[in-house]
Design a protein around this ligand. Sequence first.
Ligand code: CA
Length: 507
Amino acid sequence: MAEAPLVIRVKEADNVAIAVHDLSAGTRVLPGVTTRQDIPQAHKVALTDIPRGGEIIRYGVVLGYAKDDIPVGAWINEHMLDLPRTPGLDDMPFGTNLVEKKDLPDPPRTTWLGYRNKVGPAGTRNLLGIVTTVQCAAGVVNVAVERIKKELLPKYPHVDGVVAVTHPYGCGVAIKAREAHIPIRAVRNLIRHPNFGGELMVVGLGCEKLTYDMLLEPEEITPENTLTLQDYPGHDAMMNALLAMAEKKLQRLNERRREELPLSELLIGMQCGGSDAFSGLTANPSAGYAADMLVKGGATVLFSEVTEVRDGVHLLAARCRDAATRDKLAAEMRWYDEYLDAGGVDRDANPTPGNKKGGLANIVEKAMGSIAKSGTAPIEEVLSPAEKPTKHGLIYAATPASDIVCGPSQLASGIGLQVFMTGRGTPYGLAAAPVIKVCSRSELKAHWFDMIDVSAGGVATGEQTIADVGTEIFQLILDVASGVKKPFSDQYGFHNDLCIFNPAPIT
Ligand code: CA
């Protein structure tokens, strides 16, 4: 067997490679390249002498320009390069890299077991979702949900759970602000999440700005679907009303059964968080391989995180099916550029201290790794935050990259499951849809052996291929979506709060 590599170079043109393990000074990593100092795992080694102002290239892409001369074998950290200019958004070529369906990897199976809905994608779980119109109602709803789980749920064995969908929006906000439609759309679409089976249960306080008519159709605003806390005389009456309302919904949900469905009824999301320099080599391309299999089988796959694709936007434009899709991609990027600009920051606010410790020098490097999770399929549609897709296949859903904001945005778009890639490790999870965790390094799987569902670490050491891990992820997606398996986050109930994206002013 060939000796495992000490460093990994992605493209022939790259003048840096990343360390597979911690490397000591004086290690010969490639012919003519000996480390000049200790280099931490996942960090970059210069493969050639790079002069001051010279390009630093990884993934065949310029990550930045050397601030000083960098000799071959030196450690390149985030302080040693200047960021290149943001790629322009005008007239990006589109449709120049459309991989045909026949060239995508074949899925090993093409059906799954889901809860069919009247419209839209099928559910991966059968849940009662109780959605608040305002944070003021959250305390009551949380208590009610605990009681419903304990007192009612055991009577309805075909219902998988009860979820409080609470959020910070609803009052004390400029409800008519230009961008208020974004959080309002998120709440509106969360109420109709595919895992809630079309049963609407919306709880308001009574004096908030976000009113039922902004969230529901006129015929949906009935005592069966809405409950206003201020209408009830005290605690007991309020709780009794909530439990009575929930019981009627549980009775109907209990009639639902899983059925064998084509992949075209499956909608999932991809996200990454706590990334490192391995994410783009192992976990994200493996997830991308699974995404390609899903797309070939007819499923719909969302990927997101604007600041993490901004520097690779031209690569995405090349994969856009048509000019309209390219134009919406550019519009979403422009909107986000202005949003960041209004806050006096730019995209370089993105890499976290943990990302940098994990070897990611800047947002360009992070973006190249992040895009890998989208696989290679053409982009059929671009969504604004919290919009629902109208097409099948690979879809770019513009959301912030923040894990806890991207999650609810994709949920509002209707994902029945999220695949989450991590390098540094995060216990992240969602109550409304299962989250599968994929790690980029074997060390993290060893460390969090009972919290990470799939390790892609073997890709870096040559023990596994991207196709091996990608197929494993695909199979786990279908098993979890079908209710055959539970990811660790659901086994423990590690579920994050829903921070819906509100770019509009708070009053
Ligand atoms: Ca993220």
